[in-house]
Design a protein around this ligand. Structure first.
Ligand SMILES: Nc1nc2c(ncn2[C@@H]2O[C@H](COP(=O)(O)OP(=O)(O)OP(=O)(O)O)[C@@H](O)[C@H]2O)c(=O)[nH]1
Ligand SMILES: [Mg+2]
Length: 282
């Protein structure tokens, strides 16, 4: 899989993140719980410097629960603050607010030591595309939050959300690009939806996905598609699933692309079970 980003685009986004983090006490680094290693920007340590951060594994509803626990242990062993969240249903969000407050306390303490009045902790969310940044921001904002336009004293145009009197959240998320160190990372980013459909081949990705899922016992592919996925090779399995669904092209051949896209969607929506593709300590 040969995938290229636009370097200019990436550099601009990165610069914007570097500007924004100056405005906050704490950064929420959002990772996809299904691929915590692959969804991490490899330059993140350099980008964030010594800014306090909390590592959040989002979409934990789609990930293997035990492996998520192992990942949180992995990050904590390295001295990070880490927790799992399901931004879609709002699980883990209240705890996240407490973690951010705790991490911001030393900075606010320093601020007050200079004779200033106490202020709220400020934070922002950063992560790769599609990891759930906007959804988490909306969850954090909830109903009680008020959006504050152009708060004086900070960069013009920055929008802040006041979270029930405890936190201020920068409402523009920081988008960082993942890196494809190897074809396996590219596969994981594609299958989870972190990269757009126009830069990978769904049939290619689906073959890899089916092969991986066939290694599991019982195979989630055989379970979901019942008696339709009876072949040995991933390509033939995809073909039989397409045929069973009636995905034909004119001329009577199975529409492999349409079938592949559907199977990938089934995976992303959790219909093929909860899977984590990256193991801690990789
Ligand atoms: N199952 C599940 N889906 C989630 C969760 N969080 C976000 N999503 C879904 O993931 C997709 C992307 O969410 P967004 O919040 O738009 O992600 P984003 O990081 O803002 O994406 P960009 O703005 O494109 O960078 C949406 O379809 C959400 O419904 C979660 O915790 N669980
Ligand atoms: Mg967004």
């Amino acid at each position: 899989m040969d995938i290229q980003w636009y370097p200019g685009h990436m550099a601009r986004a990165r610069k914007q993140v570097q500007q924004s983090i100056k405005l906050v006490d704490v950064v929420i680094e959002l990772l996809d719980a299904r691929i915590p290693a692959s969804s991490r920007n490899p330059d993140i340590d350099r980008i964030l410097g010594d800014k306090p951060r909390v590592i959040i594994l989002n979409k934990s509803d789609l990930a293997d629960h035990d492996i998520t626990k192992a990942w949180i242990g992995f990050f904590r062993d390295r001295g990070n603050v880490a927790a799992a969240v399901d931004a879609q249903r709002g699980l883990g969000v209240t705890k996240l607010v407490s973690l951010v407050e705790k991490l911001a306390a030393p900075e606010i303490g320093k601020y007050m030591a200079r004779g200033r009045r106490p202020r709220m902790a400020r934070c922002m969310v950063v992560g790769v595309p599609n990891v759930g940044k906007s959804m988490l921001i909306n969850r954090l904002a909830g109903k009680k939050a008020t959006r504050i336009a152009n708060r004086p004293g900070v960069t013009r145009g920055e929008q802040w959300i006041k979270l029930s009197g405890r936190l201020e959240l920068l409402d523009t998320p920081g988008i960082l690009w993942p890196k494809f160190q190897d074809p396996d990372t590219a596969f994981k980013l594609a299958v989870t939806g972190a990269i757009k459909e126009d830069i990978y081949d769904p049939e290619d990705v689906c073959v890899k996905l089916v092969r991986r899922l066939m290694e599991k016992s019982p195979s989630p592919v055989a379970e979901l598609y019942k008696n339709t996925a009876i072949a040995e090779e991933p390509w033939d399995i995809i073909k039989s699933i397409g045929a069973a669904r009636g995905f034909y092209q004119s001329g009577g051949r199975v529409d492999m692309k349409k079938t592949a896209v559907q199977i990938i969607k089934d995976f992303r929506d959790g219909r093929l079970g909860k899977h984590t593709l990256d193991l801690p300590g990789r």
